[in-house]
Design a protein around this ligand. Structure first.
Ligand SMILES: Nc1ncnc2c1ncn2[C@@H]1O[C@H](COP(=O)(O)OP(=O)(O)OP(=O)(O)O)[C@@H](O)[C@H]1O
Ligand SMILES: Cc1ncc(CO)c(N)n1
Length: 279
């Protein structure tokens, strides 16, 4: 009997399904695959979604979300975890309890990337209003890194970021909610010719700058980046190295984004797999 190959690092995404395959847990799994890790899912919601937007969604009961986390953690093991669409406060509370019970998040446990997804890029809500407080008080204190975009920053802190100085102010305000590191993504600062993300650990700021590509096809960019960061953490990188890798990975994935349907197409990590289908 063969024992097989060594088990790769295992990464759990706690997120919603995007039927269009460009964002949500589908984006997470394909980014994780491209980063050489084994991806696992705790599904929080099923969205009815295509390139034109989100038509609606159904949430999974909180105890079922928690049970998925416990099932994979206690048998398979989790080297890093990330969150995406979490839908409401009840689900967030169940996730926080389950993660703590299986040692995901903070202080010697598996690294935990919290991407506080509030809406699709079309502006369709993916989160109930009651989720904001639960995110700040229950999940952020467990996070190794939080990765909000500027719309999520405004919802969470009230700060409307239009300059690098305000990006720093927002990073400080988010850090006060308890994450170890804060990454304020600058993708939505559309007048900036570059895309500058800001990493903060409570004392030092690090700017991560990349080119801004002139494309509307950036669906799933945030999910892809958070998944690449989680994969690098699972493979043993430090937080600054994992975030720098995630930035390079998403920049290249934006460069390889493609049209899909009549609306907005996805960023693509398929560049990692380019080439003919040779054996
Ligand atoms: N047009 C672009 N060209 C290059 N990089 C980009 C572009 N738009 C966003 N990025 C980068 O992609 C990453 C995701 O950023 P963004 O702020 O768009 O997150 P998001 O809004 O959470 O993504 P999503 O589209 O999944 O909602 C960041 O590193 C950002 O700087
Ligand atoms: C399910 C889901 N998660 C996250 C996003 C944001 O990219 C989306 N559009 N859909």
């Amino acid at each position: 009997m063969t024992e097989g190959r060594p088990t790769p690092p295992r990464v759990l995404t706690i997120a919603g399904s995007d039927s269009g395959g460009g964002a949500g847990l589908q984006a997470d799994l394909r980014a994780m695959f491209a980063c050489g890790v084994h991806g696992m899912t705790a599904i929080t919601a099923v969205t009815v979604q295509n390139s034109l937007g989100v038509e609606g969604y159904t949430v999974i009961p909180p105890d079922v979300v928690a049970a998925q986390i416990r099932a994979v953690a206690t048998d398979i093991g989790v080297n890093a975890a990330k969150t995406g669409m979490l839908a409401n406060a009840e689900i967030i509370t169940a996730i926080a309890d389950a993660c703590q019970s299986v040692h995901i998040g903070r202080d010697g446990s598996a690294p935990f990337v919290v991407d506080p997804v509030a809406a699709s890029m079309h502006g369709d809500p993916l989160m109930h209003e009651n989720a904001l407080d639960a995110l700040r008080t229950k999940l952020f204190p467990l996070a190794t890194v939080v990765t909000p975009n500027l719309d999520e920053v405004r919802l969470l802190t009230g700060i409307d970021v239009t300059s690098y100085a305000e990006q720093r102010e927002a990073a400080r305000a988010l850090h006060a909610f308890g994450p170890q590191w804060t990454l304020v993504k600058g993708g939505h600062m559309r007048d900036d010719p570059r895309c500058v993300d800001l990493l903060y650990d409570g004392s030092e700021f690090t700017e991560l700058a990349g080119p801004r590509y002139d494309t509307k096809h950036t669906h799933g960019g945030g999910d892809t980046m958070a998944s690449a960061i989680s994969s690098a953490l699972a493979r043993g990188s430090s937080v600054p190295d994992a975030v720098a890798f995630g930035k390079r990975f998403v920049t290249r994935s934006v460069a390889h984004s493609y049209p899909l349907g009549a609306g907005v197409g996805p960023v693509s990590p398929l560049w990692r797999l380019d080439g003919p289908l040779d054996d």
